[in-house]
Design a protein around this ligand. Structure first.
Ligand code: MSK
Length: 630
């Protein structure tokens, strides 16, 4: 095993403690203190039984008051809240996808945005029935971008990407009337249905929750992923590092945070510019280090090997190092706390999107047409801020791990197929992976996704569950903050094969992969759907028969609920470690954990005990194997 050693959660926590001490010296607030002040949480909110969708209330359901003023019962209230939550998540991911389509629409041969994967663009165009022969690649890019944006408001029909699903899955979606139509329509329809005086029937509300989720996973998120690959390149395995120790004390540190690679790609581009590096040296630094937080970090790690400083609950820590010249954000999962926190240090908190504007920030509006100038201005601002550091506050925890990232579906297929030069216009085959699964060398796969949540000891659930799975020969594909937890712990180091059961260890050695495969950001959970679809098609099985489950043990955002809905609606059992505010209605809880199985062949399991959650996932995988006789 050489010098390989996982970084433990205790070590993460010790590093955080030290940073919080720095914070105390400058009067900084932190999520740890705010979480303590916010607990215990409101029970009505936790159970989902508070209704404030009209101005007659707010109403909250108790044994003495079993109905709201309009007469809605607890099941209608919990169901409507769940649907609204889903709509928020679907809208968010999908709007990200729309922005990416717009960036593609602005792509030009002279840049700053170019088409980096023309083969993938042609492949998608053919799928969508668009003529590609003899077309200039930029004309095709603009045509596809326009069509991509049209998916959001298409008048008739369902999402183009649904055809990627196996026939059986498509039939389920049609039969159950959950095949998503226009993406915006599903979000809009969800808000309509959950308006005062519309749906209060649990089945109708949950059915629409699945449909809105599908409009995200097989619509907006898939557009975000696929067209990001066209623009910035389809990820391939690449080496990087993870944890706060990737920040370099002698350098100008720029931290990118958020989700949309249109911004972070440009920041990386200009931070690499010799003119900017020379300027940084002139200002007294040795160079420029860009690192990332949250999903934007996953995006640039997968394509450029940019190191990952941390995940969701580490975002304040990067500022607390005292060595962050600028934290540059776009959209989603950004703490408004970064504004006041940055004021305690020299850090510039730079917001860039009209979608995510916050107090105490420097707002540099970023858009695709002026991306180059905007990125240059931000990098320059960070460099000029280096001289304002307070050396006595600088402390970067000396901890980082090696990670191999960049496992897109294309990369997984190519790596496991061992075909170095497979045809670029084809997906290739998942048969080698299937053989590993059917022979039992690998027992199954878990898609580990989602955030951190102060309700769960941060990262523990992700890391402990992954360790348990790989020890049981279950391979992990990971995305979002779950992927970063794995990378920071060392589970994406190829040496982590030593923690695997004999079967998975052998596969890791033969294919030269880590046991936890980094599949990207939150929108990239659409990659997992494509992988499941390909596995089903190549095996002749239904997706729900595959020994594959999804898991979000520390989730917190609306997006995560939307994701959960599309993963379940795709036929994949999904395991949650945090309750989605539905415990107040036994009918809604029953539907989500059992009832939807009759519609889509999968359902949720909610279990807060991490050990039991892991056991339940293994049991489900083994159940599916037994049913297949393998
Ligand atoms: S960033 S949604 S905290 S995974 Fe995509 Fe992480 Fe969750 Fe945000």
């Amino acid at each position: 095993m050489g010098n390989f050693k996982l970084t433990t959660v205790e070590e993460f926590e010790a590093a955080t403690e030290k940073l919080l001490e720095t914070g105390k010296k400058v009067g900084a607030d932190a999520w740890q203190y705010r979480a303590a002040k916010q607990t215990p949480h409101c029970k009505f909110g936790e159970q989902g039984v508070c209704c404030r969708i009209c101005a007659m209330g707010p109403c909250r359901i108790t044994p003495k008051a079993p109905r709201g003023i309009c007469g809605c019962d607890v099941h209608g209230i919990v169901g409507r809240n769940y649907l609204k939550f889903t709509a928020g998540g679907a809208a968010t991911h999908s709007d990200h996808g729309r922005e990416i389509c717009h960036t593609l629409y602005c792509a030009k041969p002279e840049g700053p945005y170019k088409v980096k994967d023309p083969e993938k663009l042609i492949r998608i165009a053919k799928e969508w029935g668009v003529e590609t022969e003899g077309k200039d690649i930029y004309d095709l890019a603009h045509e596809m971008a326009y069509l991509g944006m049209s998916e959001y408001g298409k008048v008739f029909g369902t999402q183009n990407f649904l055809k990627r699903a196996p026939q059986h899955t498509q039939e389920i979606w049609e039969r159950e009337e959950i095949a998503p139509r226009a993406i915006d329509r599903e979000v809009s329809c969800s808000l309509h249905m959950s308006h005062m005086g519309c749906s209060s029937l649990p089945e109708a509300l949950i059915r629409q929750s699945l449909r809105a989720g599908l409009s995200d996973g097989w619509g907006g998120s898939m557009a975000g992923t696929e067209f990001s690959d066209v623009l910035f390149g389809t990820p391939k395995p690449i080496e990087t590092e993870a944890n706060l120790g990737v920040m370099v004390a002698e350098n100008v540190n720029i931290v990118v945070h958020g989700h949309d690679p249109s911004l972070s790609e440009m920041i990386c581009e200009y931070a690499d510019d010799p003119e900017m590096i020379a300027y940084a040296k002139e200002m007294g630094a040795k160079g420029i280090t860009v690192s990332g937080v949250c999903c934007t970090s996953n995006e640039v790690a997968m394509r450029r090997g940019i190191p990952m400083a941390g995940n969701f609950l580490q975002q304040e820590n990067v500022v607390l190092t005292g060595a962050c010249e600028a934290i540059v954000v776009d959209v989603q999962c950004i703490f408004p706390a970064l504004g006041p926190l940055s004021k305690c240090f020299h850090t510039k908190f730079v917001t860039t999107s009209p979608i995510a504007q916050m107090p105490d920030a420097e707002y540099i509006r970023f858009n695709a047409e002026t991306a180059g100038e905007n990125a240059k201005a931000i990098v320059k601002m960070a460099i000029e801020n280096f001289k304002n550091r307070k050396p006595e506050l600088v402390h970067i925890p000396d901890m980082k791990q090696k990670a191999t990232v960049g496992y897109s579906v294309e990369a997984i297929v190519k790596t496991l197929d061992g075909v170095a030069n497979s045809q670029v216009d084809e997906m290739g085959t998942t048969k080698p992976l299937l053989e590993c699964i059917t022979s039992g060398v690998i027992r199954g796969a878990v898609a580990m996704v989602g955030c951190n949540n102060p309700k769960v000891r941060p990262d523990t659930a992700h890391i402990e569950l992954m360790k348990k799975m790989i020890a049981n020969d279950i391979i992990i594909i990971a995305s979002g903050c779950s992927a970063q937890a794995a990378a920071r712990a060392g589970l994406m180091d190829k040496e982590a094969k030593e923690l695997c059961g004999a079967g998975l260890k052998r596969v890791c050695e033969l294919a030269d992969i880590p046991p936890v495969l980094h599949m990207g950001s939150c929108v990239d959970i659409s990659r997992m759907m494509i992988l499941a679809a390909e596995l089903a098609k190549d095996s002749g099985l239904n997706i729900s028969q595959l020994p594959v489950v999804g898991c979000a043990p520390e989730w917190m955002s609306e997006k995560a609920v939307s994701i959960g809905n599309y993963v379940v609606a795709t036929g994949i059992d999904t395991f949650l470690g945090v309750d989605p505010y539905v415990s107040g209605s036994d009918q809604i809880a029953q539907l989500l954990t059992e009832g939807v199985r009759d519609w889509v062949e999968a359902a949720y399991t909610v279990e807060k005990d991490i050990d039991k959650l892991g056991d339940a996932m293994i049991a489900r995988i083994e159940e599916k194997r037994t049913a297949l006789g393998i």
